[in-house]
Structure formats: structure tokens, C-alpha cells
Design a protein around this ligand. Structure first.
Ligand code: ZN
Length: 243
């Protein structure tokens, strides 16, 4: 089974179109969307429609719930809160009711996905370090060997053999039987690892190969739309730097 995994689209239609096209060339069997379809970017409704065309396997991100009043905006920084209010005002009725009903977890046998953390997917904690990943490995269901996450916008592959923990160097690896993995698939629409290209992940459960890939998209156009919508300028400028 080939999984196509993508997360943190954030209303960036140009990035989502590039990732969808790239995944369509990967002979993917199952598409998993790990949340934050909306928030920050200027095309929340168009991104929702694109996701609906692609998959029904979708989980909630904190920005999805913020846009429908299910996350308190006091937890957001000023730009994020401003963008969440804009999204709330511009979201279609269908989009709003869809986002309100998203689940927290996707599961298929030993493969699982959450937006934030496996321990408390609705608390929106961030797996920003190996020590946090170590605690999260302890929270994985016993029969899960690989858990995909988003939320930090920073792609990374953590592994655990229950005594030792580490980060796999690079952006691809063959999963080793007996080890467990927490894999951040990176962000489609707002990368923050210094690489402005859109990120996505392909996992082939037959060959056990995981690859986090990047694709260029029309950053200029996404920036123009953010400015035209009157969203905070920083949300446009950061796209060019992947920050
Ligand atoms: Zn996000």
C-alpha cells in the first residue's frame, strides 16, 4: 500500500495544487490529510474543495478548529489570531460544518496519524525535540509502528527501539522491523525549515520506504493573494523564506 501524506496546507492553494499533482504521479493508493487545511493563506474554501476531491481521510488541525470557534484564539500569536478571524469570516457554510466534524486520529493497522501529538491529539502540543518525541513514543498504542504527524511544519523522522531514541539523518529511510517511528511530514503551505518548497510524504508499506519530498510552487501568486485579502504582510513575506 502506498500512502500519500500531506499536512498544514494553510489556505495556500498554489502549494496544494503542486503537492496534489506530485502525489498523483506517485501511484498513491491512499491519501491522508493531517490537518490545518485553513488559516494564514487566502484560499481556505478552494483548499477545502481540493482536499474533498482528493480524500475523505482527513483529521483536524488546531487552525481548522480555530476557524470554527473550537479553539480559543488566546493561544494564538497576533498574526495567527488575525488570520483565524479572517478565515472564520470568509469560510463557506459547507467548509465550516465540515471542519467542525473532523476527527483527531487516522488509523490503518499499524499505521496512525494525528495532527499534533499521539498522547493528546486535541491538546495541540508540539514535538519540537527528541526528548518530547521520547515521551510521545511512550504514548503510542502498542500495535502502532509508525505515527505520522504535522503541526510544527518541520519535517523530521524520529525512531525508537524502546531503549534508544534518535533522529534519522535526511528525509528518507527504510523502516526497520522492530523499530517504531514518529514522522513529521512537513508543511504544504507554510514550510518553516528554511526551504520554501511545499512538503509531502510518500510511505510504501510493502517496501517500507518513507520519503519526505519537496516541490516548487508559485510562491509569488500565493503572496499576492494574501496581500489582496488584507491578511498580515508577514504571512506573505515568510513564504519566500520558508520561515
Ligand atoms: Zn499548521
Amino acid at each position: 500500500m502506498r500512502y500519500g501524506l500531506f499536512s498544514d496546507i494553510h489556505g495556500n492553494l498554489e502549494a496544494l495544487q503542486a503537492v496534489t499533482a506530485a502525489l498523483n504521479e506517485e501511484n498513491v493508493d491512499i491519501f491522508w490529510c493531517l490537518g490545518d487545511i485553513v488559516g494564514y493563506g487566502a484560499n481556505p474554501n478552494e483548499c477545502l474543495e481540493q482536499v474533498w476531491d482528493t480524500t475523505s481521510d482527513v483529521i483536524a488541525g488546531n487552525h481548522d478548529f480555530a476557524a470554527v470557534g473550537k479553539v480559543d484564539l488566546t493561544y494564538f500569536n497576533r498574526n495567527a489570531a488575525e488570520a483565524a478571524l479572517w478565515t472564520m469570516q470568509n469560510l463557506s457554510r459547507a467548509g465550516s460544518s465540515y471542519l467542525s466534524n473532523l476527527p483527531f486520529v487516522l488509523r490503518n493497522g499499524e499505521v496512525m496519524a494525528v495532527h499534533a501529538t499521539p498522547s493528546e491529539p486535541g491538546k495541540w502540543g508540539y514535538i519540537l525535540s527528541l526528548s518530547i518525541a521520547e515521551m510521545e513514543f511512550g504514548a503510542l498504542p502498542a500495535d502502532v509502528t509508525v505515527c505520522f504527524v504535522g503541526h510544527t511544519h518541520d519535517p523530521v523522522i524520529f525512531y525508537s527501539d524502546d531503549e534508544d531514541y534518535g533522529v534519522v539523518p535526511g528525509m528518507q529511510c527504510n523502516l526497520i522491523p522492530g523499530l517504531r517511528y514518529i514522522i513529521n511530514v512537513g508543511s504544504v503551505g507554510q514550510p518553516r525549515d528554511g526551504d520554501p518548497r511545499a512538503a509531502y510524504c510518500v510511505y510504501d508499506s510493502d517496501t517500507s520506504l518513507v520519503e519526505i519530498k519537496r516541490v516548487v510552487y508559485d510562491v509569488d501568486e500565493a503572496q499576492k493573494k494574501i496581500r489582496k485579502a488584507g491578511l498580515p504582510e508577514f504571512l506573505a513575506t515568510r513564504l519566500a523564506f520558508g520561515q
